[in-house]
Ligand binder design. Structure first.
Ligand code: ADP
Ligand code: MG
Length: 594
């Protein structure tokens, strides 16, 4: 090895103890390699402090400002002074590394950040009337001064890495750093469904995940819906398992709902978002060949393990863990995900005997075109037209005209029960509406001229560079669909109008999904057509009537009439049936009347 030492390197055998500020800067290299990493530490601190609402601000990708405001337990003057010291923590009360309860435990994040930036912390405990503040500039700690603030803590980091110019040079552009910060907020929002999180980027609201009502039965589900989107929930199933102290819960996507990357897979172990090979491997094993190669599931899984059975002290950013009993964890994951995926394919059959289930035929598509009703929901939720009297006798003539029958009731806020001459039809309103919107958009794509809805204030969406480029390459066909976008510097996109068909949509989620749908591969026309179909289908999901919307009789009938008039309305864009039909004679069989 010796002869590999370059000639200009001076060898010096004197060993010196490194001064504290250099030690902290070295630590900072591991803990806070970029603004988003510092942000993660600050949000984790706020969560450890029991915050219920956390507000994050970043400016210039976090380079000029990174601020986290919380309403947690706060710190008094004495603790404030200790907090910025290295190896000072409140999270190891029994000095036992195998009993780590909080997210932190090393006591080095604040010291590391203070070593490379201008750090200011203002804090007030709930029980006192005055707040205190302290600042650290490139490792130089100020005295504690009185301040004023509501109970909780604000941490402001300005000019991060100004003290370590080498590090500064490695930062990406502010759009990329902002995107990384946004991912941190998304991940932490999933890790802590009980807390509200808000993010503003350069003064503009970027994310807002409100805290759930205290009465919310399933805050985790509510949070998944906020972060992963409605489309994920519709296409995912719940996983719940508990074996020998291991607790697993979460949602995994159906194999039919896959993505091109593994970016939307979240594992949260004891409140920490981790990237763990063991968990990823187990999940892959569980899906097995249910997923086409090159496709990835979307999922959020929370795993809780007794602190003594896990080592979280194996990675500088604490994103990896080591399980005492890795096999048990693996087995649990594989078997519970498999069970969930397996049950799904025959969910209905668990409620009916196997033979009876076959009576529930899903008709692939209605063969005849009936009259063309005006567009459903286009002019508001109760589009008015003659859908036939609601309680009239249903005879053969009626049936001839309206094969899906007359709507009689809506149950579980999503299923329309309709009566036909010789049986009944159950419509999945969400799936049906999704298909109708999709078919309309497909038509629009062919013939152009889609009503667009002007946004009051154009919305800015931060995307990955590739997604943004892919979207911008298709501005013309997108505009034909009613989506007018333009570049907004770096990889941000400004959205001016959305397709009116979609009604109120979450523009951020829509654009991100579209970016996904368009990114990748070269654009020869066939692929492009495929992709645009993909785009229409993605848009349709965003515009669908959510299950949970109550419809009146006229609206229900309008939906049935529109289904009758729409090609392919027998199945939703994901291949699931939009309705099932049960004949009277089959119902009689179910009740052993025949
Ligand atoms: P660690 O989180 O590993 O303990 P940190 O350097 O991140 O190390 O924080 C040091 C200490 O400062 C914490 O243990 C905690 O007592 C206190 N602290 C940091 N942030 C907050 C906050 N937002 N609210 C209350 N206390 C905090
Ligand atoms: Mg910490």
């Amino acid at each position: 090895m010796q002869n590999n030492i370059p000639a200009h390197t001076k060898i010096d055998s004197r060993i010196q103890r490194l001064p504290e500020n250099i030690v902290n800067q070295i630590a900072a290299g591991e803990v806070v390699e970029r603004p988003a990493a510092a942000l993660k530490e600050l949000i984790e601190n706020a969560l450890d402090a029991g915050a219920r609402q956390i507000d994050v601000e970043i400016i210039d990708g976090g380079r000029s400002l990174l601020a986290v405001h919380d309403d947690g337990i706060g710190m008094n003057a004495e603790n404030l002074a200790l907090a910025v010291e290295r190896h000072a923590t409140s999270k190891l009360p029994d000095l036992n590394l195998s009993n780590i309860q909080g997210r932190g435990f090393r006591g080095e994040a604040l010291a590391a950040i203070g070593a490379v930036a201008r750090l200011q912390i203002m804090s007030r405990e709930k029980t006192t009337r005055t707040a205190n503040m302290i600042s650290v500039t490139a490792g130089e700690i100020s005295t504690v001064a009185a301040a004023s603030r509501a109970p909780g803590t604000s941490v402001e980091v300005r000019e991060i890495f100004f003290a370590t110019p080498a590090r500064l040079k490695f930062l990406k552009g502010s759009a990329a750093e902002a995107a990384a910060a946004r991912e941190v907020v998304e991940r932490q929002a999933l890790a802590a469904p009980q807390a509200g999180l808000r993010l503003t980027i350069d003064g503009r609201a970027a994310l807002n995940y409100p805290a759930p009502d205290l009465a919310e039965e399933n805050p985790a589900r509510a949070r998944i819906q906020q972060v992963m989107g409605e489309n994920f929930i519709t296409n995912a199933r719940e996983v719940i398992a508990e074996i020998e102290g291991l607790q697993l819960c979460g949602w995994v996507s159906l194999p039919t709902h896959s993505r091109a990357t593994a970016a939307r897979q979240f594992f949260i172990v004891n409140n920490r978002v981790v990237k763990d090979k063991l968990l990823i491997g187990a999940m892959r094993g569980a899906y097995g060949d249910l997923l086409p190669s090159g496709r990835h599931a979307e999922l959020v899984l929370w795993l809780d393990v007794p602190p003594a059975d896990i080592d979280v002290n194996v990675h500088p950013a604490k994103t990896e863990v080591r399980f005492r009993d890795a096999t048990a964890v693996r087995n649990m994951l594989v078997s519970s995900i498999r069970r969930t995926l397996h049950n799904t394919s025959q969910q209905t059959s668990t409620h009916l005997s196997g033979a009876a289930f076959q009576y529930f035929q899903s008709r692939p598509q209605l063969s005849r075109q009936f009259y063309q009703p005006p567009g459903l929901f286009e002019d508001g939720p109760s589009a008015q037209y003659d859908a036939g009297p609601v309680h009239e006798n249903i005879d053969d003539a009626y049936q001839e005209k309206f094969p899906l029958g007359a709507a009689r009731a809506q149950v579980h806020e999503n299923y329309i029960v309709a009566q036909t001459v010789d049986g009944l039809v159950i419509v999945d309103q969400h799936a049906a509406h999704e298909r109708l919107v999709y078919e309309k958009m497909k038509k629009n794509l062919l013939f152009g001229d889609v009503p667009a809805q002007q946004l009051l204030i154009p919305e800015i969406v931060e995307l990955s560079a590739s997604a943004s480029a892919a979207l911008l390459a298709q501005t013309e066909p997108l505009a034909r669909l009613g989506l007018v976008v333009e570049s907004f510097g770096n990889s941000a996109i400004m959205v001016r109008t959305t397709p009116a068909l979609l009604g109120e949509v979450n523009v951020q989620n829509l654009l991100r999904d579209l970016g996904d749908a368009l990114a990748g591969e070269a654009d020869d026309t066939d692929i492009l057509r495929n992709k645009l179909e993909n785009v229409t289908s993605t848009m349709a999901c965003h515009g669908s009537v959510r299950s949970g919307r109550r419809l009146n009789a006229a609206e229900m009938n309008a939906l049935l009439r529109e289904m009758e008039a729409t090609p392919n309305s027998g199945q939703c864009n994901h291949g699931r049936p939009t309705y099932i039909e049960l004949k009277l004679k089959d119902i009689e069989k179910l009740f052993s009347r025949r």
